[in-house]
Write a protein that binds this ligand. Sequence first.
Ligand code: ZN
Length: 164
Amino acid sequence: MVTDAVDQLHLRAWQAAARVPDPEVPCVTVEDLGILRWVRMEGGVAVAGVTPTYSGCPAVLAIELAIEAALREAGFEARIERVLSPPWTTDWISAEGREKLRAYGIAPPEGPAGKAALFDVPQVTCPRCGSKNTTRISEFGSTACKAQYQCRDCAEPFDYFKCI
Ligand SMILES: [Zn+2]
C-alpha cells in the first residue's frame, strides 16, 4: 500500500516533467528528445535528471527551469540534477519525437550520431515532400542547434535538426 502510494507519486512527478515542451522546438517534449533522463523521489523532493543537448546551447537553463516549474506546479518540491555522462546524442530522440519534428516541418537528424561531420554535409530529407534533393542554405537555422536547408523539388525552406 505504501509502495503503491510512492509509485503513484513518482509516476505523477515523471508525467509532470515529461510533458514539458522544448523551449526552442515546442512541438516536442523533453521526453521525446530524451533529455529528461529520470525523475526520482528523494525524501519528498522530486529530483529530475536532465542531460543538456548541445553544450553551450542557451536553451539548457531554460529547459531546466521549465521542468522545475512543471514539478512545482504539480505540487512537488523540485530539484534538477544535470547529468553530463553519457553525453546526449540525437539518437536519443524517440521515434514519436522524430515524427513530431517532421510534422512540424523540421527534418529530424539523420545518420548515426557521432559521425556528424564537420566536412561532410549530410543528405537531408525534406520534411514536406520527402525529397532528398535538398541543399544547405545556412549552417545556422532559427537556433544554433539547427541548420537551414531548402528543398530543390518543392522549394520549401526548412530547419534541419543537426545530428550530433
Ligand atoms: Zn520538398
